[in-house]
Ligand binder design. Structure first.
Ligand code: XMP
Length: 327
């Protein structure tokens, strides 16, 4: 029988057996999965764990602050932040193919973790420490399946922490959530005492806004998308729709322009797509029937407040045949 307690007990035992008395790092993304994975490992091996938050410049507004504050305050876990904005944006320059973006991001995450691990060893042991060999990831069952890791499944997209890992990976992975679905992960997080702001957070993909810019990722495009996304999120929250909506990607069609009119002038701006979905486990999803008034407010505010955007469109495709993210 599945209970949170039994899964926790089983995973804690497995983690202790795998890791022994060695040091471990865990990539924290701000999302539910990595937060719960870290909490499980913390439960198992205490302060042998250091969490690493990689700021890749692909985050939403205020996200870094949330991780640095919420997570550390509620768990007391040791956290280091890696500033990797230039590295990620440099590696992504000129790339518009979705799978190529995912592979680059998966690789750069690992490089960032390797760098953080080396720094930790150097600091802790005055040069005499052993290399950190274990990396915790919050990989879920659907990530494995959709990256083509399940038996008989095609590769739909390479999740950054599964199919997007580099071939020369030297870390041994600790993945205590690999058999679980999101609702089970949330139950475990609650059982471990994580606060509701973390546990009920809507999913946000590790590759972040990079896979929500259709076309090349640039700093300017990230800035445009970040402003539109913040408006959509604020209005959906204000309308009381957070629980009903699994997540609502806002997607920037960066290579598309359309003609519009604003004030008494012609505009030639970009469209954004709203992709509100309802789902149980992200394996299938339906588009959420967001009330027209809320859609109208989001559209008005985005086109008024984000100069570069002159059109807001709604994605009314279920999964399948669409996926939740556009890339
Ligand atoms: P799709 O687009 O495949 O998304 O229908 C299913 C769920 O997975 C999230 N997603 C990711 N999460 N790394 C992640 O951590 C990834 O590479 C990734 N790709 C998609 C997506 O936001 C949705 O919740």
């Amino acid at each position: 029988d599945w209970t949170s307690e039994s899964v926790i007990a089983e995973q804690v035992a497995r983690i202790r057996e795998q890791v022994g008395d060695k040091q471990v790092i865990c990539g924290l993304s701000g999302g539910v999965d990595s937060a719960v994975a870290a909490a499980l490992v913390h439960e198992a091996v205490g302060d042998q764990l250091t969490c690493v938050f990689v700021d890749h410049g692909l985050l939403r507004q205020d996200e870094r602050k949330q991780v640095e504050e919420d997570y550390v305050q509620s768990t007391g876990v040791r956290l280091v932040t890696v500033d990797a904005v230039d590295t990620f944006l440099g590696a992504l320059a000129g790339v518009s193919d979705p799978e190529e973006k995912r592979k680059i991001i998966g690789r750069e995450f690992i490089r960032a973790f390797e760098g953080a691990a080396a720094d930790l060893v150097a600091e802790a042991a005055e040069g005499a420490g052993e290399a950190i060999e274990f990396l915790v990831q919050g990989t879920l069952y659907p990530d494995v399946v959709e990256s083509g890791g399940g038996s008989g499944t095609a590769n739909i997209k390479s999740h950054h922490n599964v199919g997007g890992l580099p071939d020369d990976l030297t870390f041994a992975l600790v993945e205590p959530l690999r058999a679980l679905f999101k609702d089970e992960v949330r139950a475990i997080g609650r059982e471990l005492g994580l606060p509701e702001v973390i546990v009920s957070r809507q999913p946000f993909p590790g590759p972040g806004l990079a896979i929500r810019i259709i076309g090349e990722v640039t700093e300017e495009r990230l800035d445009i998308l970040r402003r539109a996304d913040a408006i959509a999120r604020a209005e959906l929250t204000a309308a009381g729709l957070d629980a009903e909506i699994w997540q609502c990607p806002v997607v920037l069609l960066a290579d598309v322009r359309s003609v519009g009119v604003q004030g008494d002038g012609r505009t030639y701006g970009h469209p954004v797509v709203l992709r509100p979905v309802s789902s149980e486990d992200a394996m299938t999803a339906d588009w959420t029937r967001v009330p027209y008034d809320t859609l109208a407010r989001i559209s008005n505010r985005i086109t008024n407040e984000v100069d570069e955007i002159n059109r807001v469109v709604l994605d009314v495709t279920s999964k399948p045949p669409g996926t939740i993210e556009w890339e």
